[in-house]
Write a protein that binds this ligand. Structure first.
Ligand code: ADP
Length: 255
């Protein structure tokens, strides 16, 4: 069925861990069919932002709006139900399961519950199972892993696991997808393929929030970039605007 195309608007998010202000009043918009890069040095709050938007952390203030409706804080199941999907910095797999099984989990996974819980929640009815399997094979084809469907997931190379995670996220038929450093550990060729895949996903109407250290990928594929520093927005704009931003250039781009 046709998904309503929905934007994400994050307003005034603040979240401290003890005395550490991980996020200190951040605004962010991601439009449908747009790729939004979130960059900044280690510890600037990028992963914390993903955890707030995905509902894993409850912020001390601020709102996450999906298509004009405010999402309840701290409920990752609700996020999955709204079609918000994400991948993790460290790929999460059930090693003894097949690649296909690991992707099928994505059709039932809710937020950050354990993978084994999700596996146990796979459908008991044969019809559902067949539909889920068909969707799983399709998702594997989209990311170029269809030939490995029957292989044990712990036999995959690191780069293949990254693509597997994206296939699993696609199983939620997301309106909005968050990717946490998907290019980490990938070769130049693999990064090019990843960039093409992310573009293709966004062309289908999905808004993408991309946390990534790989500057070439960010500047290559993003429509908008937000730069965080110490939990605040240091700069936000198009790639060409960000390239001209003096503080950003001296701090992160080695210019
Ligand atoms: P980034 O993803 O940009 O590297 P993080 O969001 O991981 O940054 O971290 C932002 C800040 O919040 C850092 O100072 C980090 O040490 C702190 N932080 C993150 N998560 C936690 C946590 N669960 N408990 C305590 N401090 C945390």
């Amino acid at each position: 069925q046709e998904r309503v195309k929905t934007s994400i608007a994050v307003r005034g998010i603040a979240l401290s861990f003890g005395a550490v202000r991980a996020i200190d009043g951040v605004d962010l918009n991601v439009e449908p069919a747009r790729i939004h890069g979130l960059i900044g040095p280690n510890g600037s709050g990028k992963t914390t932002m993903l955890n707030v938007i995905s509902g894993y952390y409850r912020p001390q203030s601020g709102t996450v709006m999906l298509g004009g409706a405010e999402l309840e804080p701290g409920r990752s199941e609700t996020r999955a139900g709204h079609g918000i999907a994400r991948t993790f910095q460290t790929p999460r797999i059930v090693g003894e399961g097949s690649v296909l099984q690991n992707v099928m989990i994505g059709g039932t996974i809710s937020g950050q519950g354990t993978l084994v819980e999700s596996m146990l929640a796979l459908p008991r009815h044969r019809d559902d199972e067949r539909k889920l399997e068909k969707a799983g094979r399709l998702a594997l084809r989209v990311v170029g892993l269809e030939s490995l469907a029957a292989v044990r997931a712990d036999r995959l190379q690191h780069s293949e696991l990254r693509f597997l995670e994206i296939a699993r996220a696609l199983m939620l038929r997301p309106q909005f997808l968050m990717l946490d450093e998907p290019a980490a550990g990938l070769s130049v060729d693999e990064i090019a393929r990843l960039g093409e895949l992310i573009r293709e996903i966004s062309r289908q109407g999905v808004g993408v929030l991309l946390v990534e250290h790989h500057a070439d990928l960010i500047f290559d594929i993003c429509d908008q970039i937000t730069v965080l520093n110490l939990g605040r927005v240091l700069a936000a704009g198009t790639p060409s605007e960000i390239r001209q931003h003096k503080e950003v250039v001296s701090a992160y781009l080695g210019g």
